[in-house]
Design a binder for this molecule. Sequence first.
Ligand SMILES: Cc1cc2nc3c(=O)[nH]c(=O)nc-3n(C[C@H](O)[C@H](O)[C@H](O)COP(=O)(O)OP(=O)(O)OC[C@H]3O[C@@H](n4cnc5c(N)ncnc54)[C@H](O)[C@@H]3O)c2cc1C
Length: 291
Amino acid sequence: MEFAYYNPKSIQALVDTLSGLNNYALLAGGTDLLVKMKEKLLRPMPEAVVDINGIDSLQQITDEDGYLWIGPLVSHTDLTKSDLVNQKAVILAEAAGQVGSPQIRNKGTIGGNICNASPAADTVPALLALDAQVKLRSQGGFLELPLADVFKGPGRTCLVPGQFIAQIKVRQIQPDEGAAFLKFGKRKALAIAIINCAAWLKVSDGIISDTRIAFGSVAPTPIRLYELEKWLIGKQANAEVFTQAGEIAAQLLKPIDDVRSKASYRTRLARVIVFRALVTALERVEVGCRW
Ligand SMILES: Cc1cc2nc3c(=O)[nH]c(=O)nc-3n(C[C@H](O)[C@H](O)[C@H](O)COP(=O)(O)OP(=O)(O)OC[C@H]3O[C@@H](n4cnc5c(N)ncnc54)[C@H](O)[C@@H]3O)c2cc1C
């Protein structure tokens, strides 16, 4: 396999490099890309590989005005170890900690996890529950859009040639809010999710005033279950309501059979995972919660 190799050292150099190329692939950790290249799974195969690992500004996590700004090159290991992420968006650290194995987490990045566009990607439900936005960069400038709009199907994103993720913006969890991420796989490690789920709750005086609930591995892309969110708003935050929420999720989701699970088993798991995620999210709300 032959390809040209580029390793720009700044964002501007990356923009300039991409504008001169037609058929290329960005290389972050390479845990998805290199497997696909080796197995010749890409059509067409890239004629150029653009390695972004030399761009320091893509590796930073900063805290600004109630948001975390995360560079796409931040690895899963860095997410799990980051004080900022653990303090202000803990479910992202927890989701990253569920990815693959230590080796995969050391190399694999959050930007790669998003752009690989797997329906089962672990960080994505957590990001959707945290209302993440992505900042895309190209020669035309910046474009900020909701993460949910990035996914177009399994392995497909809205990114056009010349465009890349420059930053991911995540809403920080506030004291009257709580969140949880859970994953069911066939093993405790190195397992792609049969189903994963992230729930975020805002609670005032025991009533759910806002919520976001996201799933992976139950649809062609990771999804938010807006209908369930709407149903939950205004309800008491308690076990009875969360049990009903599990039933509603099981009715709304339309998973498929695949190598990892039957659809019927995924539906059964959906009931359990929603209930447990909501209970844990509620336990994490620091104020305003009444059982
Ligand atoms: C053994 C194994 C186990 C795994 N287990 C899991 C798991 O449990 N959970 C899970 O979610 N994933 C898992 N994965 C998948 C993979 O490790 C993750 O998706 C990882 O986060 C990919 O990141 P990366 O940096 O390696 O991406 P790369 O392979 O470098 O890139 C992936 C894709 O994203 C594009 N890309 C990368 N960065 C950008 C950017 N900034 N802008 C635009 N495009 C970009 C690349 O061009 C490529 O198309 C596993 C993979 C392996 C090999």
